[in-house]
Design a protein around this ligand. Structure first.
Ligand SMILES: Nc1ncnc2c1ncn2[C@@H]1O[C@H](COP(=O)(O)OP(=O)(O)OP(=O)(O)O)[C@@H](O)[C@H]1O
Ligand SMILES: [Mg+2]
Length: 393
């Protein structure tokens, strides 16, 4: 019985399967003179040499066999193992790989390495120069082992595809968040350059009209009525101006663009006169490199959590903190207010939530950037929203 511990260790080793070691294992286990591991490429049309024992650099790189062509290509196509006696491959790179002189032949076993049906992920070719053909028992035993190699390669390719999808997904999310921020920036810019400027000049004209009318004779009842109207129009224009400014700063933080997350969070805490908010932040260089789209997400989360503290908590004090902890960045927004029953709010089905989007949007944003969210709230004691984002080195 072959000692399987070497193969077992190879199959369970982390990272990509060491194909050279696999070829060495099969050569030794079947008393052969060499082995070649042919790998089916992702298109499923060609076989390339993954490794050969003994190794022969140039020939390995130069050899590719179309699936369905020659004995090896047929095994990759129909998945049936074969033994060959006096085999003499025509392809010169293949002959070189098997170290065959012009008239030499070999005994070979060609085995499909199957992933999950119907995928054949590789072909193992094991050869002897001596005229000692491989037996049926050799073929059967080798096929079982080849399938273990096939499953391992299959799992490896699935893992690779999953990782590729994951990084594609991360790229798309980063792109979507950046596009959303750019759109907010554009709307804020348009509001600033268009609406607020118009409101400023409207207020200016109304003030001028007010001054003009005030100078007319007091006995003029019509003029006095118009004056009252103009005064209230000017007040409304002032209100509209204030609201537009507030909307602009809610839409987009210039500080975030220019000075980064720590400064933006600090300035956010200073724009909430309704609540006494303390800011505790690590210096930006200690915090580490938070990708732009993640910084935008953390900023929006802080904005919503502060809004909630102002709207619902009846708090006296709040603390906003941003700190580095190990390889993570931790954002915290805590208040000493009335607290609430987190589970019952979060368990509400989306369509029965009515107009309450804040907490679910916090949870969605965390999921988008792969951050961990914890909301702790004790009735009568206050609420803590904690977001932990692992920074990928
Ligand atoms: N800091 C807090 N203190 C007390 N209650 C809170 C706090 N944060 C959230 N809540 C409770 O959880 C509910 C849901 O909050 P959520 O932010 O999802 O919605 P909202 O603030 O009511 O509306 P929206 O955020 O969509 O404007 C709130 O209505 C409130 O009852
Ligand atoms: Mg809210």
């Amino acid at each position: 019985m072959t000692d399987l511990s070497a193969l077992h260790d190879l199959l369970l080793a982390p990272g990509d399967l060491q194909l050279g070691e696999v070829a060495r294992f099969f050569t030794g286990a079947f008393k052969a003179d060499g082995s070649v591991v042919f790998v089916v490429d992702p298109t499923g049309r060609e076989l390339h040499v993954g490794a050969a024992e003994p190794s022969s650099g140039a020939a390995e790189r130069g050899l590719s066999i179309p699936v369905g062509y020659g004995v090896t290509g047929l095994v990759a196509q129909n998945g049936r193992a074969v033994t060959l006696v006096d085999d003499s491959p025509r392809n010169s790179a293949h002959r070189q790989l098997l170290r065959l002189g012009p008239d030499q032949t070999v005994s070979r076993m060609c085995l499909p390495a199957r992933g999950l049906a119907p995928a054949i992920v590789a072909v193992l070719s094991i050869h002897r120069h001596r005229p000692v053909p491989f037996s049926e028992a050799d073929l059967e035993g080798a096929q079982r082992l080849a399938d273990l190699v096939g499953l391992r390669l299959y799992a490896q390719s699935l893992l690779g595809a999953a990782e590729e999808h994951q990084s594609e997904r991360d790229r798309m999310i980063a792109h979507a968040i950046s596009a959303q921020e750019a759109e907010r920036r554009r709307i804020a810019g348009d509001l600033h350059d268009g609406v607020t400027q118009a409101l400023v000049s409207l207020t200016f004209h109304l003030s001028a009209a007010e001054v003009g009318l005030a100078a007319t004779r007091e006995a003029d009842v019509a003029a006095a009525g118009a004056l009252v109207e103009i005064q209230s129009a000017r007040r409304l224009a002032g209100l509209a101006y204030d609201e537009t400014r507030a909307a602009i700063s809610g839409l987009h933080s210039l500080t975030l663009d220019d000075l980064g997350l720590v400064a933006a969070l600090k300035s956010l805490t200073q724009t909430v006169p309704q609540l006494d908010i303390e800011f505790r932040g690590d210096a930006a260089d200690r915090l580490g490199d938070v990708p732009d789209h993640c910084a935008a997400v953390l900023y929006r989360i802080a904005q919503e959590a502060i809004n909630n503290a102002v709207k619902h908590a009846e708090a006296e004090r709040a603390v906003v903190s941003i700190r580095r902890a190990g390889d993570s960045v931790v954002l915290g927004i805590t208040d000493d207010g009335v607290g609430f029953d987190v589970a019952s709010v979060r368990e509400q089905a989306p369509d029965s939530r009515g107009d309450h989007f804040g907490l679910s949007s916090i949870a969605e944003r965390c999921a988008l950037i792969g951050a961990r969210l914890r909301i702790d709230s004790v009735e009568g004691r206050g609420t803590a929203v904690i977001v932990e984002l692992r920074l990928v080195p």
